[in-house]
Design a binder for this molecule. Structure first.
Ligand SMILES: Cc1cc2nc3c(=O)[nH]c(=O)nc-3n(C[C@H](O)[C@H](O)[C@H](O)COP(=O)(O)O)c2cc1C
Length: 147
């Protein structure tokens, strides 16, 4: 099983209905494909965690990659795992206001990386630590349906 995390840039501010469209499709397909995860949308950036069987995650990422609602998809983590962090969420939506100040800082640091070329070296040796602390705290956060 793979856990994949990426950040990307939306093509402009998303209204709640555009966000709902993304989440509804994600939830329907992810239930079918055995995927779980969560999505944060803040400041025109997405931060998404996807977890599930290798082939299903890869197929889903291929679809997301060509989705014209966002661009500059930058992978932050792709690792083999034996347990899910988001067992109950086909695609949980996380409101940034629900996060602790530390977790919010992690989101800002991670989504800033969308500015960095995907081919560039990881710009910051602390990335891994930031990512781990983000995953730990967000795994324990209350996820909410979109407005
Ligand atoms: C930020 C973002 C996150 C997405 N997350 C998912 C997802 O978790 N699962 C999924 O199937 N599609 C997701 N999508 C939608 C896909 O890009 C694509 O539109 C969809 O999988 C096509 O499904 P359909 O053939 O059932 O319409 C996401 C799109 C965006 C822009």
């Amino acid at each position: 099983m793979i856990r994949h995390v990426y950040t990307s840039l939306s093509l402009g501010p998303l209204n709640p209905s555009a966000l709902s469209d993304i989440l509804n499709t994600a939830r329907r397909n992810n239930a079918r494909d055995g995927l779980t995860g969560m999505l944060i949308y803040h400041n025109d950036r997405f931060l998404q965690v996807l977890e599930g069987p290798d082939a299903a995650v890869e197929d889903c990422l291929r679809r997301i990659e060509v989705d014209e609602r966002h661009r500059r998809m930058r992978p932050l983590l792709s690792e083999q795992v034996t347990e899910r962090l988001f067992t109950r969420w086909r695609m949980g939506f996380c409101d940034i206001k629900e996060l602790s100040p530390e977790a919010r800082e992690s989101v800002f640091a991670l989504t800033r990386l969308v500015e960095v070329s995907a081919n560039g070296a990881v710009p910051d040796a602390r990335l891994d630590a930031i990512l781990r602390s983000f995953l730990l705290s967000v795994g324990a956060t209350k996820l909410v349906p979109p407005a």
